[in-house]
Ligand binder design. Sequence first.
Ligand SMILES: Nc1ncnc2[nH]cnc12
Ligand SMILES: [Zn+2]
Length: 332
Amino acid sequence: MPLPKAELHLHVEGTLEPELAFALAARNGVELPYADTEELRKAYAFDDLQSFLNLYYELMAVLRTEQDFEDLADAYLERAAAQGVRHAEIFFDPQAHLARGVAMGTVVEGLWRALGRSEEKHGVSTRLIMCFLRDESADSALETLEAAKPYLDRIVGVGLDSAEVGHPPAEFRAVYEAAAALGLRRVAHAGEEGPPEYITEALDVLGVERVDHGLRCMEDPALVERLVRERVPLTLCPLSNVRLRAVDTLADHPLAAMLDAGLLCTVNSDDPAYFGGYAGDNFHAVRDALGLSEEHMRRLARNSFAASFLEDDEERRARYLSEVDAYEFGGR
Ligand SMILES: Nc1ncnc2[nH]cnc12
Ligand SMILES: [Zn+2]
């Protein structure tokens, strides 16, 4: 039995496996510029975040109907459950779909068809987080929040993703203020490729409660001290960092140093179909590459539930935490 964990950094569009991409392309009459899944997989050699994003947005062309979004989310939840994920807070990128003429309702209702029965079917509780694309304008983000208003009972919070460098968090102050006024939780990608200052801005200007990635905080000891003091969770994605070349190899990943510094680290999969592994794969990979102890692994699992947006269901959080505490390591 795998270690119980929560996944807090997962882009649902990044769970699109090549086989499903081709199946949806056939169902929707969409032509993909790859002969087959093997040729597509060969395109998964990335130089940086942008080279990944180009493929990530290109393949979204196959997602058109509610059924497509349901099938996508359901396939993810099944895989996640098999790797010990008990709770998943799932990002989606509405602007990437609206721009292709796919309505907000199609995306949210489709995802919800899978999320709504996830507990019963997969034993995984879920939350949905809507991300704004930071390489689109601040006005576009505000329009997206407006378009989401009929669906806010299904959306727990907002995030900020896509190309980071050159798009500092402060540009999105207004939409984060509006989201906060609507009672939405706030997270943002910061310090994946961007500088430590973006992490500080995400905290101070956007009021985020968790930082997605936050890897580059390690360049600024005063920032590390603050993140420790304020117990700001970081949703790290080790296999993603290797594939997008934020670190050279997993053995160079600062996770162990970050845990030792007292940071509230969590381990997540980001875009598992593209980066070579789901949540459990990321846990195993860091354990092996960094020689993490069982107590480190238990701490990562505890952190994932502690950092999750389960304030509306503390009983459930306590149950998950006690599952972690009772977990007996044996093999993998
Ligand atoms: N790792 C990542 N960073 C920024 N935007 C993303 N969108 C999907 N994955 C992303
Ligand atoms: Zn991400």
